[in-house]
Design a protein around this ligand. Structure first.
Ligand code: ZN
Length: 200
């Protein structure tokens, strides 16, 4: 793997982030007709074709009305920000459905939202989790910038394995940020971005 170290690399990264952010902001402006918090845009997907949801339902519920017990959605508003899922046909880029999220152990996790669903009174996302590869600063181990930048880098950039490894069922309040994604051959780099729309 050959990386250009120093200013050129960071300039390129920041240009890519600017570009991705503009795309996300544009998409948000299209999406936002001041929607309420929660899932919207019901899909025509049948739960019977989604093994991960069927098995989850089996674990948590003993009803035999899966199709009415679990409703599947394309999109969701979380803290005034619209998130897409892979199921959403009009999504524009990876940047609208790749997210940083957490769990009860407060781990920092990343993944692609496959879909949203409601079950009883809660709304969850089915997320395909991408495990951490190693610290992003390790990529720059030979760079003269390493010691001065590594703390900053590891807070804002995360290096993930190129392929997802498992599904997580995530209550939507555990979803924290949309991420800008840079796909490489054998890993991906993500950087979480702050919500575009803040509370009034
Ligand atoms: Zn049920």
């Amino acid at each position: 793997m050959v990386l250009v170290t120093g200013e050129i690399y960071w300039f390129t990264i920041s240009m890519l982030i600017d570009f991705a952010l503009q795309k996300i902001i544009n998409q948000q402006e299209v999406d936002n007709g001041k929607r309420n918090e929660g899932a919207f845009d019901i899909t025509r997907l049948s739960i019977n074709n989604i093994d991960e949801l069927l098995s989850w339902h089996k674990r948590v519920c003993d009803c035999n009305q899966t199709a009415t017990c679990i409703i599947i959605y394309h999109r969701c508003v979380i803290k005034n920000q619209t998130y897409h899922s892979l199921s959403y046909p009009k999504r524009q880029s990876t940047n609208s459905y790749f997210v940083k999220y957490t769990n009860d152990r407060r781990d920092t996790l990343f993944g692609a939202i496959e879909l949203f669903f409601t079950y009883k009174n809660s709304t969850l996302a089915l997320i395909n989790n991408y495990p951490n590869e190693h610290l992003f600063s390790d990529v720059f181990a030979s760079s003269s910038y390493h010691s001065s930048l590594s703390k900053y880098i590891n807070t804002y950039f995360y290096l993930l394995q190129a392929k997802p490894s498992s599904f997580h069922y995530v209550p939507i309040h555990k979803i924290l940020n949309i991420c800008v994604v840079f796909e490489k051959d054998d890993f991906i780099i993500v950087t979480p971005i702050s919500p575009v729309y803040e509370h009034d």
